[in-house]
Design a protein around this ligand. Structure first.
Ligand code: RRO
Length: 312
């Protein structure tokens, strides 16, 4: 029984990672990810300079998941780039990691990626097209022309492995149109999904919202979003060129949830809400539970089951 996962020319011990934003804001958290059972990890989406983000409270755990409006707080690209470059030097034999960027404009995205291109970074870069929480800034990937424009400009100079983090889509016309755009580019992967944007959670006792920014509106994660995440993983797995891998993110709390994402076609699996709740010990549990379910069903490798979802 092996959970070994080939991705971008490397073999990771298992497919599990954090979702960008969770347990990756500081070097201490990144070190904890690195020392955990996770197969790999990703840094918090970085902007050009440090951002404080939105006022607190801005993340709230609820029984079926989470709601957040963090507002892209991060230490700035240099902080995370220095971290991953130092790690490369001190652990030259370790598998490379993932690096997330989220520019606030076309220009900023291009400048962030130029910096990565010009650095020695040897891992995979994730371009976040789906932050739902910066007031006045729509989620990039809901603007199809903008998405096409950014990717066209990026691939004029960016030669390292690049993936994109997508928001959820809810209509076949949108799955088709976005897949047509993504298929024009040599992407390493598409990550489905970011949080489901602009939900509203209410504390009935106080008749009040639970997070401060945007009058309580925020991105939903956790159990609420798993069916939407699975639909997006499946929709893009069945529409994208096979060279573009899928990272499955959304509602992974148990080994069974992981198994479902793999059946839909995911290669790597990211955990956000439940990692926030449980801490990095979750990865050991997920590994054990995924192995148990595979054993019970007679699968000895993930490759044997990836994408093999049956239709009726
Ligand atoms: O920082 C955030 O508010 C945030 C980001 Br950048 C994102 O991509 N997804 C999310 O749920 N929150």
């Amino acid at each position: 029984m092996s959970l070994a996962t080939k991705f971008g020319g490397y073999t990771y011990e298992n497919p599990f990672m954090n979702a960008s934003g969770v347990h990756c804001m500081s070097t201490d958290e990144l070190d904890e990810m690195d020392n955990s059972r996770a197969g790999s990890f990703i840094t918090k989406s970085a902007t050009t300079s440090h951002r404080a983000g939105n006022p607190e409270p801005r993340y709230f755990s609820v029984p079926l998941g989470s709601i957040n409006s963090m507002g892209l707080p991060n230490q700035g690209i240099d902080y995370y780039l220095n971290y991953v470059l130092d790690r490369q030097k001190s652990h030259p034999d370790s598998s490379p990691v993932f690096f997330s960027v989220a520019g606030m404009s076309v220009e900023e995205n291009l400048n962030l990626l130029k910096k990565i291109q010009d650095s020695d970074f040897n891992g995979t870069t994730e371009l976040n097209f789906s932050c739902p929480n910066v007031p006045g800034k729509p989620q990039v990937a809901y603007d199809f022309e903008m998405t096409q424009e950014i990717l066209s400009k990026v691939f004029e100079f960016f030669k390292k492995p690049l993936g994109v983090k997508m928001p959820p889509f809810f209509d076949f016309a949108h799955f088709d149109a976005m897949a047509n755009i993504l298929n024009q580019f040599p992407l390493a992967y598409v990550n489905c999904i970011n949080s489901v944007g602009n939900g509203l959670y209410i504390d009935v006792e106080t008749e009040t919202v639970v997070i401060k920014p945007k009058d309580g509106f925020g991105g939903l994660g956790g159990e609420y979003v798993k069916p939407t995440a699975l639909a997006n993983v499946r929709a893009f797995y069945t529409r994208l060129n096979p060279s573009i891998k899928i990272i499955g993110t959304g509602g992974i709390k148990t080994g069974q949830d992981a198994f479902e994402h793999l059946l839909c076609g995911a290669t790597m699996l990211q955990v956000g809400t439940e990692l926030y709740k449980e801490g990095v010990s979750i990865f050991e549990r997920l590994e054990k539970e995924l192995k148990e379910i595979m054993e019970k069903k007679g699968y000895s490798t993930i490759d044997d089951l990836r994408g093999k979802l049956n239709s009726l």
